[in-house]
Write a protein that binds this ligand. Structure first.
Ligand SMILES: Nc1ncnc2c1ncn2[C@@H]1O[C@H](COP(=O)(O)OP(=O)(O)OP(=O)(O)O)[C@@H](O)[C@H]1O
Ligand SMILES: NC(=O)c1ccc[n+]([C@@H]2O[C@H](COP(=O)(O)O)[C@@H](O)[C@H]2O)c1
Length: 177
């Protein structure tokens, strides 16, 4: 029988427990999942501090940590393009074929619907805390964020001095460069 394959798109800046919960749930519904790392060309900005390679590492280590079968997913960086109407085709050219899209982002949903894909809005878990933006803010303000991300993600961000990177990027002078 043909395998069912879905795609979830996120920026993973950084990976958090909400992402991991949804990936785990989706993998119970379908055979294979493409984890698309959006805005792959961006790094070192307040909203997108980590490189695509760093985000691939974080996702991979987090899924290993909970023993997800590595043959059940692909992690594929997707750079943005200037033309929204071509974006779904752009994603299609960079990934194995898929028939289901999982995203809560209205623009992502619309672009895939217009390309005749089945789109599902996954539930959000503890969104007040499991949110990339909230976690980045907590890092800047020296608040507790370690319990909001997988252990491997916490260790990795510390290893690459990610907290200081985010703090430096939040400074006004750098944002004006
Ligand atoms: N708390 C959550 N629970 C379940 N899924 C989530 C949660 N947060 C994000 N997602 C999923 O991840 C996708 C977006 O990924 P993204 O990496 O942008 O996360 P984010 O936390 O919204 O980031 P940011 O706050 O930086 O915009 C959403 O479309 C949604 O499917
Ligand atoms: N034209 C484009 O390049 C285009 C269009 C829609 C979404 N995207 C990307 O898809 C990702 C969506 O992720 P979020 O749901 O986390 O915002 C982002 O990286 C966003 O930049 C890109």
């Amino acid at each position: 029988m043909k395998k069912s394959r879905g795609i979830i798109v996120g920026r993973f800046q950084p990976v958090h427990n909400g992402h991991i919960q949804i990936i785990r749930n989706v993998l119970e519904e379908i055979d294979e999942l493409i984890i698309a790392i959006g805005s792959a060309q961006l790094s070192h900005t307040p909203k997108n501090p980590f490189t695509a390679g760093e985000r691939v590492t974080m996702v991979k280590e987090a899924l290993n940590e909970i023993n997800i079968n590595p043959n059940s997913y692909y992690i594929i960086p997707i750079p943005d393009i200037s033309n929204h109407s071509l974006w779904a085709s752009h994603v299609k050219t960079l990934t194995p074929s898929f028939n289901k899209v999982y995203s809560g982002n209205p623009l992502v949903q619309r672009l895939f619907i217009e390309n005749n894909y089945e789109v599902t809005t996954p539930p959000l878990y503890n969104r007040t805390e499991y949110s990339g933006r909230e976690i980045r803010n907590k890092m800047i303000n020296d608040e507790k964020w370690d319990i909001l991300v997988p252990n491997t993600t916490y260790k990795f961000i510390r290893e690459i001095d990610g907290i200081n990177r985010i703090k430096d990027l939040s400074q006004k002078e750098i944002n004006e460069l």
